[in-house]
Design a binder for this molecule. Sequence first.
Ligand code: SUG
Length: 417
Amino acid sequence: MSLREINFDGIVGPSHNYAGLSLGNLASTRNAGQVSQPRRAALEGVDKMRANLALGLSQGIFLPHPRPYREWLAELGTDIEHAGPALAANALSASAMWAANAATVSPAPDTDDGKCHLTVANLRPMPHRSLEWPATLAQLRLAFADGAHFAVHGPIPTAFGDEGAANHMRLAPAHGEPGVEIFVYGVSGGAFPARQHVEASKAIARRHGLDPERTIFAEQSEQAIAAGAFHNDVVAVANQRVLFAHEHAFADKDALVAACGRCVPGFEYVEVAEADVALTDAVRSYLFNAQLATPPDGQMTLIVPAEARETPSVWRWIERHIAGNGPIRRVEVVDVRQSMANGGGPACLRLRIVADPPTVDPRFLVDDAKLDRLADVVRRCWPEQIHNRELQQPALIRDIEAARAALLDALDLGQLR
Ligand code: SUG
């Protein structure tokens, strides 16, 4: 068994659009009603995956969900032709692209039965996202069907909102060794909702058979949520022994840092002070919504969105850190602007799983050749633009459904239809 980090990116679906559905997500609100470019968005995602492969990282994919979600509309007594614009936008959202919200993952070395446990996120707080879990669960059950190595769980009861790995971090000396899992929850977010409920986090820790001695629950700061950090991964990210976070990410930073120090040998806390990068700049640039990864060359790498390079305080901080002796040794810049305009950075687009690649269904793993095939379908079938007011046009709906079907066929995943 050779356990390694595999990032599963959500392929941006053909219905990608800007509907302003997420209160508390400043980019979603700011860009409501803009014209989207689904083809470009999906190709940006493919290029990000190529960049990860070039670094020597393992890469997987999750597929777009059936949109419009016709069964859901039928349960509401309507259909895509007759639904009001709000319901239609929910049924057409491509939000499943943000795979960091697909599930919470506890790698095998952390669990009592030695399997990698995954709990699909119920995504209850936002109506459009609450539609995702059935199609996500179907994919998790296929991709991780090997019951000797994986345990896939259904969602936490909807009384408690759960938004998956975006509010979960893991520290471990190496991916294949036992680690410490940190569950971050929200209590209050000022004018904005707190999306992760502590009871959901605790339930996941119990279901996954985690050792209470190596499990930490930490509250997100109200200030961070109110500033637009609707998920913890907008203000913090962890990799191996390193926790990289904004000064105002947590309600009780000192307690969290002390607990990590006790549990993780060689723990390093890399803090970005408000004086260097204001919370507003951190949220605007998505500095922390980076992938923090250790490629085979051992150089810990921060994979940031282009917006980070365009935000002077942020780029200054990165350059200074890399020139110094900090643990982050390299920065890679990726362009995921179409996703960013809905509040989804490089980290949102991927779900990190620690596994031995041969135990995963190979249809969900990619190399450059498979990405070429995928990009070819996107170029041929994804709509070039979607004007929000035209979301319900029959010709567009036909194109969206045909595009997804073509992709499933190209990837031999027709059974997800
Ligand atoms: O849940 N945006 C997503 C962005 C998710 C980002 N994920 C992480 N931080 N891990 C959300 O708010 C906007 C859709 C719209 O407005 O059309 C949206 O759902």
